[in-house]
Design a protein around this ligand. Structure first.
Ligand SMILES: NC(=O)c1ccc[n+]([C@@H]2O[C@H](COP(=O)([O-])OP(=O)(O)OC[C@H]3O[C@@H](n4cnc5c(N)ncnc54)[C@H](O)[C@@H]3O)[C@@H](O)[C@H]2O)c1
Length: 336
């Protein structure tokens, strides 16, 4: 009989508690009445607890680490490849000197090594205490025409950018879950996760960053019940080592040309979004979303094609005198 066959136990995504008394994502308490405007401003973007950064000695990571420490972070573990940590030693020492009361750890850790990640995260958890923030900055890019990209090159980029973000998120996420206090995870994607860059061919990078966006969606859906907010940031072209070098000058000119701000972003311009997403109060109802920090770049192949077609179409037709449904009418031009 069908009723005697036990139903298989299927895993279900669980949403958070409905009861405000037990939910792990309650609204923040009202600011105390006796606080000044400056105190409330500081509280709004205050950051608490301890952070783990992968790719922690990279340029965007170091700028963001400094900002989080300025906003109240107690401790941070900068995980990176051994060579990167060695190279970043003086920047790490400067951070330690500038924030003497914060615990600032630097640990070698390859994000593609799940066992190594587990050991490292346990070690930093033992030294720092509860881990409340994770930012996944580790990333790499290769620019190779699709037809020439080797399988090793493809796998390496996906492994570092996508699987590495996943390994870090799962490892630190488990600690956040077992702490019972939740946390904030910020994944670093890219505009390349949304559309195809021009003129550099980088299919593996584009795909890897697109997948990062969906890791964010999936984790936010599953882990909000544990009080973990999961968001991502998609930087545009930022002035870091990834975009350095004489041979990149023509690309940089094209990127600036297709941006209404006519320039790349500075690492400093990443820090506001990172603070916002990691803040206890300012970002408390922001979950499962992506902040695009690109100065409104319209340089994707897709946008560009649309633009060229529109220019050709409207240049070819005298749309001011045309009354077809595709052409904007003079009144519409004025209205919009
Ligand atoms: N700079 C940009 O224009 C830009 C634009 C969009 C997205 N991003 C993303 O921002 C993040 C930070 O980039 P950045 O510009 O600061 O470059 P960066 O090269 O300074 O930082 C990347 C860091 O990742 C580390 N890393 C690489 N492979 C690793 C691995 N296997 N394990 C651990 N760490 C590893 C590197 O050592 C480096 O410290 C990256 O994910 C990048 O894709 C950058």
């Amino acid at each position: 009989m069908a009723s005697e066959i036990p139903l298989p136990k299927m895993p279900w995504i669980q949403l958070g508690e409905l009861d405000p008394a037990s939910m792990l994502t309650p609204p923040p308490a009202l600011f105390p009445a006796n606080t000044t405007a400056q105190e409330r401003a500081a509280m709004r973007f205050g950051v608490n607890g301890n952070a783990v950064f992968t790719g922690g000695t990279g340029m965007l990571a170091l700028a963001s680490a400094r900002a989080l420490l300025e906003h109240g972070l107690s401790g941070i573990a900068l995980l990176d490849l051994p060579t990167a940590i060695e190279k970043g030693q003086s920047a790490i020492e400067t951070l330690r000197a500038d924030f003497p009361s914060a615990k600032i750890l630097a640990e070698p850790c390859d994000v593609t090594d799940a066992d190594g990640m587990r050991e490292t995260v346990q070690k930093v958890r033992d030294q720092l205490g509860d881990l409340t923030i994770l930012c996944c900055f580790a990333g790499m890019v290769n620019c190779v025409a699709a037809e020439n990209l080797s399988i090793e090159q493809w796998r390496r980029v996906i492994d570092v950018n996508t699987t590495g973000s996943w390994i870090a998120a799962q490892t630190v996420g488990k600690h956040m879950i077992s702490s019972g206090h939740g946390g904030k995870i910020v994944l670093i994607s890219s505009i390349s996760g949304h559309r195809v860059n021009y003129p550099q061919p980088q299919i593996a990078y584009n795909v890897s960053k697109s997948a990062v966006l969906h890791i964010r969606n999936s984790l936010a859906a599953e882990w909000t019940r544990y009080g973990i907010r999961v968001n991502s940031i998609s930087p545009g072209y930022m002035d870091t080592v990834l975009n350095e070098g004489e041979d990149l000058a023509p690309w940089r000119a094209i990127w600036a040309d297709r941006n209404p701000m006519r320039r790349m972003g500075s690492p400093q311009e990443m820090t506001g979004p990172v603070i916002f997403l990691c803040s206890d109060i300012g970002g408390s109802y922001v979950n499962g979303t992506d902040l695009v920090v690109d100065g409104m770049l319209f340089d994707s192949v897709n946008d560009n094609d649309a633009d060229d077609i529109a220019r050709w179409w409207f240049g070819f037709l005298d749309y001011n005198s045309c009354r077809c449904s595709l052409c904007p009418q003079p009144e519409q031009d004025r209205d919009t």
